[in-house]
Design a protein around this ligand. Sequence first.
Ligand code: NAP
Length: 534
Amino acid sequence: MDTETIEHTDIVVIGAGFSGMYAIWRLRGDHGIVCFEAGDGVGGTWYWNRYPGARVDIQSVEYSYGFDEDLQQEWHWPEHFSAQPDLERYANHVADRFGLREAIRFSNPVQAMRFDAETNRWHVHTAKGDHVVCRYVIAATGALFVPNTPPWPGRETFRGDIYHTAQWPREGVDFTGKRVGFIGTGSTGIQATPLIAEQAAHLTVFQRTPAFVMPSGNTVLDPAFEQDWKANYAPRRQQLLETFGVSMIEYPALSVHQCTPEQRKEILEKAWASKSAFQMQVAFTDVMTDMAANTVVSEFVCSKIRETVHDPVTAELLCPKTYPIGGKRLCIGNGYFEMYNRDNVSLVDVKTDPIVAFTATGLRTTAADYALDAIVTATGFDAMTGSLNRIDITGLNQRKLADKWADGPTTYLSAMVAGFPNLFMIHGPMGPGAQAQMITSGEWQVNWTARVIADMEQSGFSRIDTTETAERWWAAEVDMAADTTVHKLADSWYNAKNIAGKKGGFMIYVGGFPRYTALCDRAITDWYRGFIRS
Ligand code: NAP
């Protein structure tokens, strides 16, 4: 006999990261809400990524919630760029202050979801056996959640410990006296390695592609700066939404070709010292659109690397030469290049000599064996599609989302997928995430979703879907935006090329947040263009 208890609610939110928590707060007034969270705490990205050095690289006065004036006035960020413990503390504070935990079921990931076309309800099933029937699902599942673990053989034979930075032990790891191998030099690797180098007996960094890394210049938060933001928070939050990347950076007036060599140097030095990696991307009007301009900026960064790193062979290996600056996401580091001047740090180029296996005593590349006591993988994520693809999602006509996305994701406005009605995504594939400050842009997307749901209810509709025509239109818009930039010239998680065999086109909308929001708003005001409501 089936003894399963079936619960009914209005909305299921998947994920208690920053967007999921805001979705609970924003929608709970008029709706029953249940939120399922895989972890045993709130914070999403900032719950999982607790590796040494984990720190946001957007200034915290921006990278924070704007929905509650008292919260933003009362909260104090100790540093300009907050470290993971402060971000997790903030997430917990918000959860407690606004009573969000009541709606959240922790350590209980969603495993399967099925849309019942007769009743227009989703049936949501979780790891702990919950079965919740709801009208809408909001997937706030995170663009970077499922760790990428390259399938090197021999993992089980290694006698030491292997870590992934996105699944870091809560109690931390003591590398004192150990020979540590570190794989990956993206945003995560460049943050973690300098701190591990301070502890380890020896750190060997295995680099496949060097990164463009700007110095962070992180400081304690200047009280006058904080006061200025607090006095102007409401207009600043609005201004953020009107900027390309939902972040206050200075937009340039000049093309590189309009500048003398002295002017170029002056502008680039200012961008380098600006505390924002993204300033480098917009140092001139044409950095992201013209390879000649891009090369000027890339060479400037390489000159900084050569000035910093004493060993010329190591310095050359650290200089990115195969892709344009800004093509992959830029990184902000704290003493990353300086680290290579330490006696206990060495760099191995695994582009020319790839890693082939774990061994009992370390790592094997095609040319050598490396003796190690611990291995850290900072090898990134099955980004954008990974979180949803690992839930067994069945839409209309028994179609599985993973099958529909087998050759890459399709979405309309990154918010919905045709054939999967009443399922909304926040920071979904083909959205502006990663090129837009995630907390503020997430709040905007949740507000847009809340507006769509409120309209459904006022108009007496019970199903909203999008169409394949609308998905094709959005794919063309996403491609057109990317085609005008240098992004496509780099292999990264933006275009699914970070994982061997993963399929998919360009997965980030790089047309700017104001254009994105205008298109989302226009879809609503044009009588739900691209949607079908019934
Ligand atoms: P990532 O940018 O995808 O970097 C992964 C690294 O692992 C790359 O260096 C990659 O080399 C390497 N790698 C992957 N597979 C490999 C293999 N088979 N052999 C050797 N090397 C391999 O991942 P991430 O550093 O975790 O960052 C992901 C994103 O998270 C960032 O782009 C950013 O959006 C976000 N993030 C932000 C912050 C922050 O705000 N401060 C911090 C961390 C992360 P290739 O480059 O050759 O693929």
